[in-house]
Design a protein around this ligand. Structure first.
Ligand SMILES: Nc1ncnc2c1ncn2[C@@H]1O[C@H](COP(=O)(O)OP(=O)(O)OP(=O)(O)O)[C@@H](O)[C@H]1O
Ligand SMILES: Nc1nc2c(ncn2[C@@H]2O[C@@H]3COP(=O)(O)O[C@H]3[C@H]2O)c(=O)[nH]1
Ligand SMILES: Nc1nc2c(ncn2[C@@H]2O[C@@H]3COP(=O)(O)O[C@H]3[C@H]2O)c(=O)[nH]1
Length: 692
């Protein structure tokens, strides 16, 4: 289908949140935004023209639907990386510059902060290969990234020549982010010298630096008397909303008499504070790293009371008044004695937050593996073979029911190959999946009745979602109507609400992980990446599906519940459009687009949908809808969801607009057909699975 694309600019109520930095710049940027907004609204309404910069218009490749399932990036166990000392290797300034230049030419790595960059560069080691040596073999697992110091190499794929690489070129760069398979072979055509760095070293540096920086900023915020009394969780949210800005010597950051719109914390450099006395500027003080300014006008709702000027190169983190208010209400700034988020949570639970229908998380009678029998295909080419509902790298999910003489009741039996789990070091994740699912009692989360084990498999007896996968339905329909999308994602919001209030972050939202019951209600399945996360803490594992990864995961900044809101925004987009907003056959391009953060919408997408997606997919996690002080209620109250009666949805009292997607017939009619699994599985006796 051919349609036009537009870049959405958040509406007037969001303008203050769109722009950070100096007040005078804010005013200019607002005018610009206002102009763009009016233009884009006109264009969206007319559905006639492109808005935004033409040169960024999505290419033909972007326009294609996602035909294959998103490849999961499995969290990698990296024990104690955070506490490890990274090796450093002194380099000549010429070598240093060569490495910096190569990094800065890379779409993802160029976003490293100054301190991270220096340490990363120092950690590269020099290695040599002879003419004819293969440095990378297509299909092998990658752990190292290279920059060519001297010599030439040749790239081939499936035996076909691709290109020549020479001094300064980077290759094998994806391996620095995660454990991926090499996509091409790289062979030295001369003797070569290469700079190399492995993933563990890179991640250790980046993660350590982010942690140190976060700790330092938290320390500064705790010192700020105006924020005295805010909890660590609130301060952490403030950090998640703040952006870095730089000023040159002489720049006026805050002008006396101007309207105050943001406040600043100095990370580096010196800021002079002056006040006008009898027509001339009198210095009041010099402020340095750790001190903050610009809060007075913000709190008093008055004009700036002094001028603040950069004395040398200054780096600050800054936050707008609107963001500050969204994170922590201003009227509580001076005297919050208790954790507001706790009060909010109490208030919510007291208000009979979710009234689930009475569905205990247990099967009618105790389940035993020997009581379950496979359901067999009753027609077609697989007639008489066991019904497989789905497969994954782990094994498969089969349809089973009680044995003869019992009432007909179906279960989905997930069989996980133990050898595979041990080989890929996924024991902890499978255990976590079991723990989270057994503890979850929500109609929007697939129920786990019982788990079993034998010498080859661990088993999960799951509630059978007979409506099938949303992914398959989406491929059949190409894209969903707004009504269907609203309903599906409302179910997801309920699931996230439930999980987050139980401190569980999901981390793998996508249509492939959503299934429907027979009425068309949507449930989350596949909790392989779910994690219990204490309040205010971050987790650092790199995992998810490329198109759905949040910027903070890509940047190894540490992430928390806000990644689920980002992924919700991507999901809404994919359901409405048929493909995610950041899409390419080349993962590097996906990542660079995610980090650029510009979303282009086909013009048929409603303004309300553009608005909610843009708010969920804000780059800074602290600024995302769902992560502000109203929590997930902020999402539920968004106008895009105005037709959803949340209490009725929770009680399954709404008729699902998805019902027409579900075929009637055999219990497996909504599933693809699979032939029988004939592979011989190995035994595994290490005992990691004794809880199953
Ligand atoms: N409760 C269920 N009811 C019906 N079918 C199911 C159920 N759970 C899983 N399936 C089917 O099995 C497939 C694989 O299940 P699941 O996603 O849980 O496994 P996974 O290993 O975690 O998969 P992947 O390797 O894709 O991550 C699903 O895509 C779906 O088709
Ligand atoms: N797939 C592919 N890789 C290329 C190309 N040109 C250079 N390379 C590099 O070859 C490398 C092979 O291993 P990786 O997949 O890790 O990373 C790949 C790229 O860095 C190209 O055109 N295609
Ligand atoms: N008025 C005043 N502002 C100061 C002083 N020292 C630092 N500042 C900072 O200068 C800032 C100017 O902008 P604001 O009035 O928003 O907030 C002010 C304070 O954060 C001082 O002695 N007087």
């Amino acid at each position: 289908m051919a349609y036009r694309w537009a870049k959405y600019v958040e509406g007037p109520e969001d303008w203050g949140k769109c722009v950070m930095g100096m007040d005078s710049q804010v005013r200019q940027a607002r005018l610009q935004l206002e102009k763009q907004y009016l233009q884009s609204m006109q264009l969206i309404n007319n559905q006639q023209q492109m808005c935004g910069a033409q040169k960024h218009r999505p290419t033909h490749e972007d326009d294609m639907v996602r035909k294959s399932r998103g490849q999961q990036i499995v969290p990698e166990p990296l024990p104690n990386i955070i506490d490890t000392e990274v090796p450093r290797f002194p380099k000549s300034s010429c070598a240093f510059r060569q490495i910096v230049k190569a990094i800065q030419a890379n779409e993802v790595l160029k976003r490293l902060g100054e301190e991270q960059l220096d340490t990363v560069v120092e950690s590269f080691t020099l290695t040599q290969y002879g003419k004819g040596d293969s440095v990378i073999l297509e299909g092998s697992e990658g752990n190292t990234m290279y920059i060519i110091a001297e010599g030439e190499l040749f790239v081939t794929q499936h035996g076909q020549p691709l290109r020549t690489l020479s001094a300064g070129d980077v290759f094998g760069e994806l391996a620095i982010l995660y454990n991926c398979k090499r996509t091409a072979t790289v062979t030295a055509t001369t003797d070569v010298k290469l700079w190399e760095i492995d993933r563990q070293t890179y991640r250790t540096i980046v993660t350590q630096k982010h942690k140190q920086r976060r700790q330092a900023i938290l320390g500064f915020l705790k010192e700020a008397h105006t924020l005295n009394g805010l909890s660590d969780t609130q301060l952490s949210r403030i950090i998640d909303s703040m952006e870095e800005c730089k000023f040159h010597p002489g720049d006026i950051i805050v002008q006396e008499g101007d309207e105050g719109k943001s406040f600043f914390i100095i990370l580096k450099g010196e800021v002079q504070v002056t006040k006008e006395v009898n027509g001339s500027q009198e210095q009041i003080r010099i402020m340095r790293a750790g001190e903050h300014f610009g809060e007075l006008a913000l709190i008093r709702n008055s004009c700036r009371t002094a001028t603040c000027r950069a004395l040398r190169d200054v780096t600050c983190i800054t936050m707008s008044k609107e963001d500050f208010e969204e994170t922590v209400p201003l009227d509580t700034v001076e005297l919050p004695k208790v954790d507001l988020l706790d009060i909010e949570a109490l208030h919510l639970t007291g208000k009979k937050r979710i009234s689930f229908p009475d569905r205990p998380n247990v099967a009618p009678v105790p389940l035993r593996l020997q009581d379950l029998v496979p359901v067999l295909y009753s027609e077609g080419r697989y007639m008489g073979q066991p019904v497989t509902l789905g497969t994954g790298g782990f094994g498969r999910v089969e349809l089973v029911s009680w044995g003869p003489g019992k009432p007909v009741e179906y279960f989905a039996l997930k069989k996980i190959r133990k050898v595979h789990i041990v080989q890929t070091c996924q024991e902890e994740h499978v255990k976590m999946e079991r723990q989270v699912l057994l503890q979850s009692h929500s109609p929007f989360v697939v129920r786990l009745y019982e788990t079993f084990r034998d010498s080859r498999y661990v088993y999960m007896a799951l509630e059978f979602c007979e409506g099938g996968e949303l992914w398959t339905k989406l491929r059949e329909a190409k894209y969903f109507t707004e009504e269907v999308t609203i309903f599906c994602t409302a179910c997801v919001v309920e699931a996230l609400d439930y999980l987050h209030s139980n401190r569980i972050v999901y981390r793998d939202l996508k249509p492939e992980n959503l299934m429907m019951d027979k009425h068309g209600y949507v449930k989350l399945v596949d909790f392989g990446f779910a994690k219990l996360l204490p309040k205010g803490e971050k987790t650092y594992s790199f995992c998810g599906t490329p198109e759905y990864l949040a910027p903070e995961i890509l940047l190894n900044e540490g992430h928390d519940f806000a990644v689920d809101f980002w992924m919700l925004g991507i999901l809404i987009f994919e359901l409405l459009v048929g493909r995610p907003p950041f899409c390419s056959s080349d993962p590097q391009r996906i990542y660079s687009r995610i980090l650029d953060g510009e979303i282009y919408f086909p013009t048929y997408v409603s303004e309300a949908a553009c608005s909610i997606i843009s708010k969920l997919c804000r780059n800074r996690p602290g600024r995302r809808l769902g992560n502000a002080r109203n929590g997930i209620r902020g999402i539920k109250k968004h106008r895009w969801f105005h037709k959803i009666k949340w209490e009725k949805l929770a009680a399954h009292q709404l008729s699902a607009p998805t019902a027409w997607l579900i075929k009637k017939g055999s219990p497996y009619v909504n599933f693809k057909r699979y032939s029988m699994d004939l592979s011989a599985e190995e035994d595994e006796f290490s005992g990691w699975d004794e809880d199953f």
